[in-house]
Design a protein around this ligand. Structure first.
Ligand code: KG4
Ligand code: ZN
Length: 337
């Protein structure tokens, strides 16, 4: 049984991905087609373009993952699909594809929560990692702080009240005309800048909850830029990026550490596209280690969207025979619970 393989498919946003994962722990072969180039000139993900592009490449990507694994559909034990959250049309392409394969090849179908997938990227990468832990899930669509008592049991402690962390990076970079996605671009700029040169607001830094608010920070950056431009002054982009990034990181680190201490958790798990940010990784490590806490995060390619994490998250469901019927629907607003 432990040798069972799952073919996982992920199409929730702007990456079409497939992976063959054995025993929830071993990536036999995977493939990712990023749509970044298609969306970049619009400054963000265009849902219609995303759906169409998924449709065009999903079969190819599945074949590529199977080919890399040296397997054929008949060798697979189950299919896993991201059921939500995500873009409705994009999710539907993946679900329809997975259902068609499950039906034709007579394999069970497993539905996976995309956010749970991001957390599983860590469990996949670090076999020694065990709950309970505090998970900070930061992506283009979400900023969530959760207490994970065991895999499958997620208590959401707090989340963003407006923009997600990745969304803030994307919007600020878009406004500055720097390109998409904004996270990696601003991070690179920030390495050349002084994070203390421009002081941006840290909303809700000291509120007793675990919620976040990032739209005020975004507005503060836009306001700062508009003022500079109106005065005909030159912008120091590296300082701006460093100051903006520091404001985001400060709040995330402070709230995460407080959650860890309140819940007496030993371990912190960083997940989602923004987990790729080295400054955030470093700041969280620097805060965690003196307190005797350990931080885990995935390698770069498993931080951003991929299907390996979906195949890993599907494993306990496979063992529990927690399968979807062929009438299953996507859930664009699916929650972590
Ligand atoms: O998890 P992901 O690939 O897709 C979603 O589920 O949303 O996350 C994408 C987000 C984008 O907003 C992108 O700007 C951000 O992750 N991101 C980063 C970095 N790399 C990706 N944000 C900050 N620093 C990075 N290095
Ligand atoms: Zn994601």
């Amino acid at each position: 049984m432990t040798e069972a393989t799952i073919l996982a498919i992920e199409t929730s946003c702007d990456e079409t991905a497939a992976a063959v994962v054995r025993g929830g722990r071993e990536n036999l072969g995977d493939a990712v087609a990023s749509q970044i180039d298609l969306h970049a000139r619009f400054g963000g993900v265009v849902p219609e373009i995303a759906s169409r592009s998924h449709q065009e490449v999903v079969d190819l990507i599945i074949d590529e993952a199977l080919g890399r694994a040296g397997l054929r559909l008949k060798d697979i034990d189950a299919l896993a699909i991201t059921q939500g959250p995500g873009l409705p049309g994009a999710l539907m392409v993946g679900m329809a594809t997975a259902k068609a394969i499950a039906y034709a090849a007579r394999k069970p179908l497993i539905g996976v929560n995309h956010l749970e997938g991001h957390i599983y990227a860590n469990l996949f990468t670090h076999p020694e990692l065990e709950p309970p832990f505090i998970a900070l899930v930061v992506s283009g669509g979400h900023t969530i702080l959760a207490y994970v008592e065991r895999p499958g049991s997620y208590e959401v402690l707090g989340q963003t009240l407006d923009d997600a962390a990745g969304e803030a990076f994307d919007k600020v970079a878009g406004y500055l005309g720097l390109g998409y996605p904004g996270g990696p671009i601003l991070e690179r700029l920030a390495t050349q800048g002084d994070p203390k040169a421009i002081k941006f607001p840290r909303a809700m830094l000291n509120t007793p909850d675990y919620d976040f608010s990032l739209s005020g920070l975004k507005t503060a950056v836009l306001y700062y830029v508009a003022k500079k431009r109106a005065a005909g002054e030159e912008l120091n982009l590296p300082d701006l990026a460093a100051g903006f990034q520091a404001a985001i990181i400060d709040v995330q680190v402070q709230k995460t550490i407080r959650a860890v201490e309140d819940r007496e958790a030993e371990t912190i798990v960083l997940a989602g596209g923004v987990a790729a940010n080295t400054a955030l990784q470093r700041a969280l490590t620097a805060a965690a280690e003196p307190r005797g806490r350990r931080l885990y995060y995935p390698p770069l390619d498993l931080c951003t969207d991929n299907a390996v994490m979906i195949g890993a998250a599907a494993w306990p469901k496979f063992l529990a025979k927690d399968f979807l019927g062929l009438d299953a629907e996507t859930d664009p607003n699916m929650r972590l619970s």
